[in-house]
Ligand binder design. Structure first.
Ligand SMILES: Nc1ncnc2c1ncn2[C@@H]1O[C@H](COP(=O)(O)OP(=O)(O)O)[C@@H](O)[C@H]1O
Ligand SMILES: O=P(O)(O)OC[C@H]1O[C@](O)(COP(=O)(O)O)[C@@H](O)[C@@H]1O
Ligand SMILES: [Mg+2]
Length: 489
């Protein structure tokens, strides 16, 4: 993977200022930080009939959004992010802009909606007509042709799953990508992708800045797994949870219709179990939800087999939801398979659902001689390939609009993201420093355990150790709803 010496330093990204009462602004870079004779223009939205009637349509330059909204009387004001939205002045004239859009990593519902809205916002709000689609992810910058994107070309794409631009893993070469951006005269780069993609976007931004180019880099966070930190949730997550209900429902119907019926559903989540956890909480038909963050074991007292036996005796049927990244250590021990990675360096997972189903069947047929009817459903790629639902469509639209407003205003090196329901510009360093995961000592996980009645599979000592490890890390927004809403405890 190519990255410049500047990219390895990562110093350009951090722009922090402080104010009274412990106020901290983790700001995003601006072209004027390194280009001193930057022209500005009045925002064309001033004369747009749709927006000119809105009172205070333009965002006040001083508006910021707090990272934490639950505070005590004496709490310092803490970290804030710049509020997204249109500015009075822009740094590009409409004719000057030459934009490009790239989608990278795994598919996710909503990708086409984001592409469509970037093209539409650039054209209808800012009069920009030069927009290129980069074919097939990062490597498309230097190894493939581009696609001309017009409002007409993208008009109906939000009704389709996937990405009309194609995507890929691997192939990120900072130098070749920035050379291609420079050669093509591109000055706005919109990069849609997950944690890996945003790391790549940070390297591109740093190299562009090192070369002193008037080119803005705007990220739009994409991941069905919801593993991107800081933001409330990633687009496509809501759609995935909704679609997962169909698989869980099918598993439940199958399980209920058979003697000792057991439905096993595998859902996505390479390193985190958000989809599994939320789908379980939404469905209420699930008896056990297994996620990567919460280790489990099969045999012996307190193990999964014991719980399955108990539930089948009590209820006659059972549904297990398992995130694809759960139980990988157990599976690895038993199958002696090595560690493999994909082209982006992500762990390649073994099929834990298939393995678990086989282990349960073996256990009940050989050891207990129980007749068991087990149905295994793997809807993972079906879920990922559908178009986004209504809520995600609106969310994608606003994320794309925010990115365009930010880029036109000259902000760069940022990811457009929702923080406590407010659209913000988050500096890349905050997005790529860690991954979001389910905190099993948070209230939300307790709610999950109490809704399924499953054992936690952890001893009191293990839970205490995890709690100690996690007390340093702030709880994720999606998990700890005490961040957003009054506690319901
Ligand atoms: N640390 C990194 N630095 C630069 N590029 C990266 C990095 N990690 C991943 N990428 C690139 O980002 C793209 C997408 O990454 P991947 O992990 O596959 O998906 P996602 O962005 O959804 O997490 C790939 O083209 C990959 O080469
Ligand atoms: O598309 P692939 O390479 O089979 O990868 C599957 C992985 O992609 C995901 O859907 C999303 O991962 P990314 O957000 O990193 O793209 C994971 O849930 C899953 O493990
Ligand atoms: Mg990823």
């Amino acid at each position: 993977m190519g990255s410049s010496p500047a990219a390895r330093g990562r110093n350009y990204q951090i722009k922090v200022s402080e104010g009274p009462g412990g106020y901290i602004l983790e700001d995003v870079p601006h072209l004027s930080d390194y280009i001193h004779d930057l022209n500005t223009y009045p925002n064309p939205l001033r004369s747009n009939p749709a927006y000119s009637v809105v009172k205070q349509y333009f965002v006040d330059m001083d508006d910021t959004v707090p990272e934490k909204i639950i505070v005590h009387k004496d709490t310092p004001r803490g970290v804030h992010f710049r509020r997204a939205g249109p500015r009075q002045k822009v740094c590009f004239s409409s004719e000057e802009v030459s934009a490009c859009i790239v989608t990278c990593g795994g598919l996710c519902p909503g990708l086409n909606t984001v592409i469509r809205e970037i093209v539409h916002s650039l054209d209808y709000m800012y009069g920009v007509s030069k927009v290129l689609g980069i074919d097939g992810g990062y490597r498309g910058f230097y190894a493939k042709n581009t696609i001309t994107l017009t409002p007409k070309v993208v008009n109906h794409i939000h009704k389709r799953g996937g990405t009309i631009l194609g995507s890929s893993r691997g192939g990120h070469d900072t130098m070749k990508i920035v050379d291609s951006i420079q050669d093509r005269g591109i000055n706005q780069v919109y990069i849609i992708g997950g944690d890996g993609t945003q790391k790549g976007a940070a390297s591109i931004y740093e190299e562009i800045r090192r070369r002193g180019l008037k080119v803005v880099v705007a990220g739009i966070p994409k991941t069905i797994d919801n593993d991107i930190p800081v933001i409330d949730r990633s687009f496509g997550f809501d759609t995935a949870v909704e679609e997962a209900q169909r698989a869980i429902n099918a598993a439940h119907v199958e399980a209920e219709s058979a003697d000792n019926g057991l439905g096993v559903v595998k859902l996505m989540g390479r390193y985190c179990g958000f989809i599994a956890m939320y789908a379980t909480l939404a469905s209420r038909d699930v008896d056990c939800c297994l996620i990567p963050e919460s280790p489990f074991y099969l045999e012996g007292k307190g193990g999964l087999f014991e719980y399955v036996e108990k539930r089948l005796k009590e209820n006659g049927h059972m549904v297990i939801v398992i995130a694809e990244g759960a139980g990988q250590e157990l599976l690895k021990k038993e199958t002696a398979l090595g560690d493999e990675i994909d082209a982006s360096g992500n762990k390649l997972l073994k099929d834990v659902g298939l393995w678990l189903s086989q282990r349960i069947k073996d256990h009940f047929s050989r050891k207990l001689k129980w007749p068991l009817t087990l149905k295994y459903i793997d809807p993972t790629y079906m879920i990922r390939a559908i178009p986004s639902n209504a809520a995600d469509n609106v969310y994608c639209t606003l994320l794309a609009q925010s990115a365009v407003h930010g880029a036109m205003a000259g902000y760069t090196g940022f990811t457009s993201g929702l923080v406590h329901g407010r659209h913000t510009y988050i500096p890349f360093n905050r997005i790529i420093e860690k991954q979001n995961n389910v905190v099993i000592t948070d209230r939300m996980f307790a709610r999950l355990l109490s809704s399924t009645n499953q054992p936690s599979f952890l001893s009191a000592k293990q839970i205490a150790e995890i709690a100690n490890d996690e007390c340093e890390a702030p709880p994720s927004q999606l998990l700890d709803d005490s961040q957003d809403k009054p506690s319901d405890n």
